[in-house]
Write a protein that binds this ligand. Structure first.
Ligand code: NAD
Length: 267
């Protein structure tokens, strides 16, 4: 289903770890639509993940960067512009990690040094990415910056833990930077709020299996798969969505606007 929607565009994609990762699917779709990309992930993830295979297949340079390091981010964008020969049209932030979630700490007994790490990796990194792009003047006019988020930023999902606050912060950074980038450089910044998806980050949340099934039943269209999220990202990077800015866009089969679905009750 390629329509050359991203022909001639250059982008940087964060967060492809393995073939389950949402960023992995986005990378594949962007290249299918004619974009040139570089791929990046934390150095440790590059050692354990399968990103080399993806890079080779998509003819995309892989540039390691810890998204909490300003030095790494500056080097990443410098190298990306060098290998692709110009400024960037789009950037995807697809990063999330919480040690409290990983270690099964309940919300009422969180470790604060871990919480700070969660915020730094999962949310502040998005500000770091944008601030680096801003100072380097690395975005082309009418470019598009996107991050992935989850509805726990607005509603309570107890097992999502401190990632809820992390996503609230992330979405707020998108609005605030969307003002600055929009005004000064005609660049838009948005977040896509995705359905539960079977990935390393997603399935690390307690009770994910049951919750996935619940959300699937609750949504009139069912859960949105990663491939459909990739399609949505492509449209947000394309010139068809130039005036969409500072939005949190639900991509969830209708889940966010449901009250009760009889299917959940087995009716
Ligand atoms: N899976 C879901 O159910 C779901 C639902 C809504 C939103 N999301 C969001 O989608 C995004 C992608 O997650 P995913 O589900 O594809 O899982 P994933 O585990 O495949 O991706 C998370 C990525 O974050 C990277 N990362 C962690 N620490 C990093 C650091 N310091 N620097 C750079 N990268 C780092 C990991 O290496 C990994 O590639 C996340 O923001 C996640 O919160 C996921």
């Amino acid at each position: 289903m390629a329509n050359n929607l991203l022909a001639g565009k250059k982008g940087v994609i964060f967060g492809a770890l393995d073939d389950k990762s949402i960023a992995w699917k986005v990378a594949e779709r962007c290249v299918e639509e004619g974009a040139q990309i570089t791929l990046t992930n934390a150095p440790v993830a590059l050692r354990f993940g399968q990103i080399n295979e993806l890079g080779e297949r998509l003819n995309a340079e892989i540039i390691p960067a810890d998204a909490t390091s300003m030095e790494d981010l500056e080097a990443l964008f410098t190298k990306s512009m060098e290998v692709m020969g110009g400024k960037l049209d789009f950037v995807l932030h697809s990063i999330g990690m919480s040690i409290n979630v990983r270690k099964g700490r309940p919300y009422t007994d969180l470790k604060y040094d871990w919480m700070q790490k969660t915020f730094d990796i999962s949310a502040i990194s998005f500000h770091r990415v944008m601030q680096t792009l801003w100072h380097m003047d690395a975005m082309k006019e009418w470019g598009s910056i996107l991050a992935l988020t989850y509805i726990a930023a607005q509603r309570t999902f107890p097992d999502y833990n401190e990632m809820a606050e992390s996503k609230a912060l992330l979405e707020s950074f998108a609005r605030s930077f969307g003002y600055h980038f929009g005004t000064a450089k005609k660049v838009r910044v948005n977040t896509i709020s995705q359905s539960p998806t079977w990935t390393t980050a997603g399935s690390g949340v307690k009770g994910f299996d049951e919750f996935f099934g619940y959300a699937d039943k609750m949504s009139p269209l069912g859960n949105a798969p990663a491939e459909a999220c990739a399609d949505y990202c492509v449209s947000m990077f394309s010139d068809l969505t130039r005036m969409v800015n500072m939005q949190n866009l639900y991509h969830d089969g209708g889940f966010s606007n449901m009250g009760m679905n009889p299917a959940v009750l087995g009716l």
